[in-house]
Design a protein. Structure first.
Length: 146
């Protein structure tokens, strides 16, 4: 493979990996700050529906879950959220963090941890791949000189 292409590819992998890693770290920092400010409680999935959505030449499935959670000032509240995880079902308990002044503003820490963790792992893999490609291109360059 052309040395210039390998160097560009490795640099691209390093840059993309760095951005993914920074995005994952930023998400974890946001989650940590929310854990300090938000109230913690346990919610129950009251209803879980999966619908077929027809798009142009595609069929998509969208899952909606109705979450019920207790609050100190407002009693039990219901919130509808889109579920991106396939293993949720009706009656499941999940941790919910809600803002004390705006109780319908919730965060689902387990789902967010999976998202930010996946982003950070993809970033680490990208950085490692860029580092290995760059190291290999340097070895080939030295072998070509000798």
């Amino acid at each position: 493979m052309n040395m210039k292409r390998v160097r560009i590819f490795s640099l691209l992998l390093l840059v993309v990996g760095t951005f993914l890693l920074l995005g994952g770290a930023g998400g974890f920092v946001s989650l940590y700050m929310a854990s300090q400010k938000y109230e913690h409680t346990t919610g129950v999935i009251r209803d879980y529906q999966t619908r077929k959505i027809y798009r142009y030449r595609k069929i998509r499935y969208e899952s909606q879950m109705l979450i019920s959670y207790p609050t100190d000032r407002y009693g039990d509240l219901l919130v509808t959220r889109t579920s991106y995880l396939p293993f949720r079902s009706k009656g499941d308990k999940l941790p919910v963090w809600y803002h004390p002044d705006h109780p319908r503003e919730i965060r689902l820490p387990n789902s967010e941890c999976m998202l930010w963790g996946l982003l950070a792992v993809a970033g680490l893999i990208g950085i490692y791949g860029g580092w290995v490609c760059r190291k290999d291109s340097g070895t080939e360059k030295r072998n070509a000189e000798n």
